[in-house]
Design a protein around this ligand. Structure first.
Ligand code: 2HA
Ligand code: ZN
Length: 285
C-alpha cells in the first residue's frame, strides 16, 4: 500500500479538486466534446515518492521514445477515451497515475484503487462508459511527456499541461491569414489589453499534423519553448503553466479575444484592434 506515499492529504485533495474544476470549465465552455482534450500534471515531489521496487511488480508499458529526464517521475494524466464531463464527478477513479521507469522508456500504472484507498471516494457506475476498463493514458501521451521533459530542462517551474478543443481558436485557424504565430498573436492581443498583459509571450502555432504522433509532439515542444500555449491548426490548443488553473487561464484569455473578434465581424464590422504601439506599451517593450 505504499506505492504512493501521500505526504500531504490537503494538497492531494486540492489537486484532485483543481482537475475536477478545470475539467468542468472545459466542458462548460464547449471545448471538450466526447473524449476531447487531456490534462497532465507532474506530481513528482508533490504527491508521490519513489517506491520503484513496488512499481517494478507492475507490468511496464513501453514508450516509443525515451525520455531520460523523466526517469522515475510520477504523473497524473487523463485516460484515453475519458470524458471531461465525467471527470468532473468521478475525478479520482477516472484518472491515470503513472510512473516513468528507471530507463525512461516505459511506464507503469498505479491502479486508481490504490490511490483511492488513500482518499476514498464513493464508486459510481452510471453515465457514459469508459472505453477501457483499466484506464490507459491519453492518446496525446507523447506530446504530454515531451512537454514535461522540456519543462525539466528549461522551465522547471511548470508542471501542468492542458490540451483542449477551444472552438473559438480552432475557428481562427480555418482562416489562412491567421495560420502563423505572428498573425494570430497580433489579432488576439489586439482584441483586449489584458490578453497582452497576461499572455505577453503569446501563442505558438503548429500547422496541421496528425494528432497523437511524435511529429506533432516535437513541433509542439519547439513552440512551447517560446510561448505558454500553442494552437494546433484545425484541432485545438496545448497550454502550460505552474498549475492546471494557470494553464486554463491562458486558454480562457486567448479564447475571449477570439470571441471579441468574431462578435465584431458578425456585427458587420472589421475590428480595429490595438495598434502595434499600444501592444508594445502593454508588453513594456
Ligand atoms: O483526447 O483530444 O487529440 C482526445 C484528443 C486527441
Ligand atoms: Zn485533441
Amino acid at each position: 500500500m505504499d506505492l504512493l506515499t501521500v505526504k500531504n492529504i490537503p494538497m492531494k485533495t486540492q489537486i484532485i479538486e483543481e482537475i475536477s474544476q478545470v475539467a468542468r470549465y472545459l466542458w462548460e465552455k464547449g471545448w471538450a466534446e466526447r473524449n476531447a482534450g487531456n490534462i497532465s500534471l507532474n506530481v513528482t515531489g508533490i504527491l508521490a515518492e519513489n517506491h520503484s521496487d513496488a512499481f517494478d511488480l507492475l507490468a511496464s508499458e513501453p514508450l516509443k521514445v525515451k525520455y531520460p529526464l523523466l526517469k522515475g517521475n510520477y504523473f497524473i494524466i487523463t485516460p484515453t477515451g475519458s470524458r471531461m464531463r465525467e471527470l468532473t464527478r468521478n475525478t479520482i477513479e477516472n484518472l491515470c497515475y503513472i510512473r516513468i521507469n528507471d530507463e525512461g522508456d516505459g511506464y507503469t500504472h498505479l491502479p486508481s484503487a490504490v490511490f483511492e484507498s488513500l482518499f476514498p471516494v464513493q464508486s459510481y457506475t452510471g453515465g457514459a462508459k469508459m472505453e477501457s476498463v483499466f484506464p490507459v493514458p491519453s492518446s496525446e501521451l507523447p506530446a504530454h511527456l515531451a512537454i514535461h521533459e522540456m519543462f525539466l530542462r528549461e522551465q522547471p517551474e511548470n508542471k501542468a499541461v492542458i490540451h483542449t478543443h477551444t472552438t473559438e481558436l480552432i475557428a481562427l485557424t480555418q482562416i489562412s491569414s491567421f495560420q502563423s504565430s505572428a498573425s494570430i498573436n497580433k489579432l488576439l492581443w489586439g482584441m483586449h489589453p489584458e490578453t497582452v498583459m497576461f499572455v505577453p509571450k503569446g501563442s505558438g502555432f503548429v500547422p496541421y499534423t496528425l494528432p497523437g504522433t511524435e511529429a506533432i509532439a516535437a513541433a509542439t515542444v519547439e513552440e512551447l519553448k517560446q510561448h505558454p500555449m500553442v494552437i494546433w491548426e484545425k484541432h485545438g490548443v496545448f497550454a502550460t503553466g505552474e498549475s492546471i488553473t494557470s494553464a486554463f487561464d491562458t486558454i480562457d484569455l486567448m479564447a475571449k479575444s477570439a470571441r471579441i473578434y468574431f462578435m465584431v465581424r458578425q456585427s458587420g464590422y472589421e475590428p480595429e484592434g490595438l495598434t502595434d504601439e499600444q501592444i508594445r506599451e502593454l508588453r513594456a517593450e
